[in-house]
Structures are given as C-alpha cells and as structure tokens.
Ligand binder design. Structure first.
Ligand code: MG
Ligand code: MG
Length: 260
C-alpha cells in the first residue's frame, strides 16, 4: 500500500490528537509513584481522553493473531515487559521499577500515538541509562526526518546508538505510518539490516510513529499467556519511547511533543 501524505490542514488535526496524548503522558509522569497500580493510571488516561471528546485507540484493538481484543486504554509495560502490557489493579508499582506507558487516541478522525518510559521512585544507574539511551535514540531518529532522507537511515542511527551503549534493539515490533488509521505504511524499523541509504524516501506530509524498544540484554522477545504482553526472552529490562512525527519542508515536527 502506498504511503499516504497529509495536507497541512490534516497535520494540524493530527497535532491536536498528538497534544492530547502528550498531556496524558505528562499527567502520568506527575502522578506516578510507588504503590500506585497501573489500573489507576489507565483510569486517569480514560478520563482525560473522554473529557477531550477523543476515543482511546488501543481499547478494543483486534488481536493480530485472533485472540481477544486489547482490553485497556493504555499499554503499561513494567521492567522486563517490552510493550502491550495490560493495566490492572493487581499490578502495584514499586520503587525501582521502570514503566513504559503507550497511549494512542483518535480525535476528529485522526490518530496520535506516543510512549514514554518512567522511573518509579529511585531506580539504579543502569535503568537510568537504559531510559536515557532509548530516548536519545528516538530523538536521533527524529533529527534524521528531513525531506529527501531515506527511511533505513532512521533504523541505522537508532541501532548504532543503542548498541554503542551495550543495549539491544527489538526487531519483532516496529514503528509505523499514522493518520486516519493507527497503523499505516510504512513500517519504521529501529534496526537496519539492509542498505542504510535504502528504503522509502521521506517526503513532506509523511507522518511517522517512531518507537524504539530497547533491551538491557538480548533483543529476543516472547509473548506471555495473556497473548498481549511482550517480554524480553532473557527477562532483562526494556524501555520504549515513541513520538508521532510529521515531516515538513522546514524539518520534522513532533506532533506529540511539547509546544512552546
Ligand atoms: Mg504507541
Ligand atoms: Mg505506535
């Protein structure tokens, strides 16, 4: 399928969806503390999204291999969980945990999608480093998003940065185009096993959800019995940062980022 280009007016609508996602993730960052449940965070997000007249993008999302649809508004993935963790009142966060929160919304027909990994209270140095390196990798990829650049270059810069710090990048899940649908063409890998000068040429009007998932140990993954939660096979910890980014003539615009 072809990559859909968005008009300036459509990007403006996507910015509104993106800003709602940013507000939810900001609120979670303020709220989050040890002894809180991920179910509580899910309700906070649900309220904010519905108050804004938007629709949560993940709730009811069909299972890719025929299992039950996703049952929550947020994906909350703790420690060795990489992505697609299910929020619950039984999951009580504790000091030293890291928690990845992924939030998607649809507002007036357009999607926004972003994720952040948070430290719960005080975390060890290696966890801090894992969060920092993953976020840096995302921003390095975003900086590459100028008109005329090649998509494979994004994966290359993410992978190099992550591996330079002794971590590994997940291959089994990738970023994606986004717009009137949550997942559109193209796939946006966080690794590069081909020609770094290859892949689609980035054009003005493309909107990408770039989302490196980075593991402390091996890049291999496994899905838990709930059929959603993806964990590291070696049970090392994992971090995830994501932004929805529009490619414009004047450079990348982070639609889910802070607007000054
Ligand atoms: Mg996401
Ligand atoms: Mg995404």
């Amino acid at each position: 399928m072809a990559i859909e280009l968005k008009t300036a007016a459509e990007i403006e609508q996507m910015r509104a969806a993106g800003q709602l996602v940013r507000q939810v993730l900001d609120a979670i960052g303020v709220e989050l503390e040890p002894l809180m449940t991920t179910g509580h965070l899910n309700r906070l997000a649900e309220r904010m999204i519905s108050d804004a007249g938007a629709v949560p993008a993940f709730l009811g999302y069909p299972h890719p291999r025929g299992g039950a649809a996703f049952p929550a508004v947020l994906c909350t993935s703790r420690n060795e969980e990489i992505v697609h963790g299910i929020p619950s009142d039984r999951v009580v966060l504790k000091e030293g945990d890291i928690l990845s929160v992924d939030c998607g919304v649809r507002l007036q027909g357009f999607y926004g999608d972003a994720a952040r990994s948070y430290a719960v209270g005080k975390v060890d140095e290696r966890a801090k480093n894992l969060l920092e390196v993953t976020n840096q990798a995302l921003h390095l990829a975003i900086e590459m998003c100028s008109v005329g650049a090649r998509l494979n270059g994004l994966g290359k810069i993410v992978q190099e940065h992550v591996e330079r710090h002794g971590f590994s990048v997940v291959r089994d899940f990738v970023g994606h185009g986004i717009g009137r649908r949550l997942h559109e063409e193209p796939r946006v890998p966080n690794y590069c096993d081909g020609n770094p000068m290859g892949g689609p040429i980035l054009r003005a009007g493309m909107v990408l959800a770039i989302e490196p998932m980075v593991n402390e140990g091996s890049h291999l993954t496994e899905v838990l019995e709930d059929r959603w939660t993806v964990v590291t096979r070696d049970r090392s910890r994992s971090a995830h940062f994501e932004h929805t980014v529009a490619i414009t003539q004047s450079g990348p615009e982070i639609l889910t980022g802070a607007i000054d």
